[in-house]
Ligand binder design. Structure first.
Ligand code: PMP
Length: 374
């Protein structure tokens, strides 16, 4: 049988990872400024992570959610402490799309409404509701198109307020910082305005932190640069450092609807072992501080490079906006300098989302390569 799905962007087979580097089958070493798409939070094969997973799987990797799984409690406690959301509940699932699908359903369970407001250039996943709220018709099938979803420009508070006035919108969903769309920061003022408008109309306010969360921006969640407390926050990617795990962080006021959520694999022993190890390393190695320091260092070292028109984002979720599409630049960075970087739907944006463990020395390799190429 052929693997039908394979459409690799790079003709490279990665067989090993260590820290901020990955290695191909010829032993060639690559600096990872892509993080496997913002997934590698604590570096490849971190010893704490390897030990936690190995020990867990040697005892038990999976048993059904119908029994007590203490590792889930441990995870929610650690997540609450590190994020500051200690009064919230955690529903564990397996991916970002699943987290958003559950968040959107939960909002509608809660208030019985069926409309959703989302934003242009936003991305929330590929399952039915998540993809319907995503600004990309190319990945939507006919069955996903629905009049229930309305997309607004980021920053269009008046438009959103008008739409909420009828009190028939179940929820507003927005990324803490838009990732795939090109690292677009909604800004504190807009997020605060949205929250106020949601509160005034009993609309559920959902923050998608699947890409922008887990410390990458220097705070645990990107929205914590604003003064808001969303009803629901969705997480995945960096949460498992490569092990599939997602979560929905939910205010207790939705407790009555929690029983309507469910999943077979979510919150299994092994996934929780991965999740707990990630949180331990983020805390013990102070990786949020590192994310801020290295991100700021990259921006200051690249200041004045004339081909870069502007820089967006925070910490280690950065978008460098060039005069021209960055496809060739990314190719050169990979071929000539052995550096993986990320693209965006905005073709002129080079996306940087390395492990939060990257060092100044790693950053210098990228900075020098960009300076030599542009
Ligand atoms: N939300 C955001 C902001 C994302 O960037 C992504 C994935 N790129 C998703 C949701 C979907 O996550 P997953 O691919 O794990 O379903």
């Amino acid at each position: 049988m052929k693997n039908y799905k394979v459409y690799p962007l790079f003709d490279i087979t990665i067989e090993k990872g260590e820290g901020n580097y990955v290695y191909d089958t010829d032993g060639e070493k690559y600096l990872d400024f892509y993080g496997g798409h913002a997934v590698i939070s604590i570096g490849h094969s971190h010893p704490t992570y390897v030990k936690a997973l190995t020990e867990q799987v040697s005892k038990i990797g999976f048993y059904s959610n119908s029994v007590v799984i203490p590792q889930q409690e441990e995870l929610s406690e650690k997540l609450g402490k590190l994020s500051g959301y200690e009064d919230y509940n955690l529903f564990l699932c397996n991916s970002g799309a699943e987290a958003n699908e559950n968040a959107l359903k939960l909002a509608s369970f809660q208030n019985g409404r069926r409309k959703v407001i989302a934003f242009k250039n936003g991305f929330h996943g590929r399952t039915s509701l998540a993809v319907a709220a995503t600004d990309n018709p190319k990945i939507q099938a006919a069955v996903n198109f629905t009049d229930n979803i309305q997309l607004f420009e980021l920053g269009d508070l008046e438009g959103v307020k008008d739409a909420l006035a009828a009190k028939d919108v179940a929820c507003v969903i927005i990324e803490g910082i838009q990732g795939i769309g090109g690292i677009n920061d909604p800004g504190a003022e807009f997020l605060e305005g949205l929250e106020e408008a949601c509160r005034a109309t009993d609309t559920v306010f959902i923050l998608d932190e699947v890409q922008s969360g887990y410390g990458r921006t220097g705070k645990f969640f990107a929205h914590q640069y604003a003064n808001i407390q969303p009803d629901i926050i969705t997480i995945a990617k960096g949460m498992g450092n490569g092990f599939p795990i997602g979560g929905v962080v939910i205010t207790p006021k939705f407790e009555a609807s929690f029983g309507q959520l469910g999943t077979t694999f979510g919150g299994n022993h092994l996934a929780c072992a991965a999740g707990n190890a990630v949180l331990d390393v983020i805390k013990d190695e102070d990786l949020m501080t590192n994310a801020t320091e290295i991100g700021d260092y990259i921006l200051s070292e690249l200041e004045g490079v004339s081909a870069i028109k502007s820089a967006r984002g925070k910490g280690l979720l950065l978008g460098l906006v060039f005069d021209e599409p960055v496809k060739e630049l990314r190719g050169e960075l990979l071929k000539k300098y052995k550096i993986f970087t990320g693209a965006a739907t905005d073709p002129k944006v080079l996306r940087l989302l390395p492990p939060m463990t990257v060092t100044k020395a790693d950053a210098d390799i990228l900075i020098n390569a960009i300076k030599e190429l542009v």
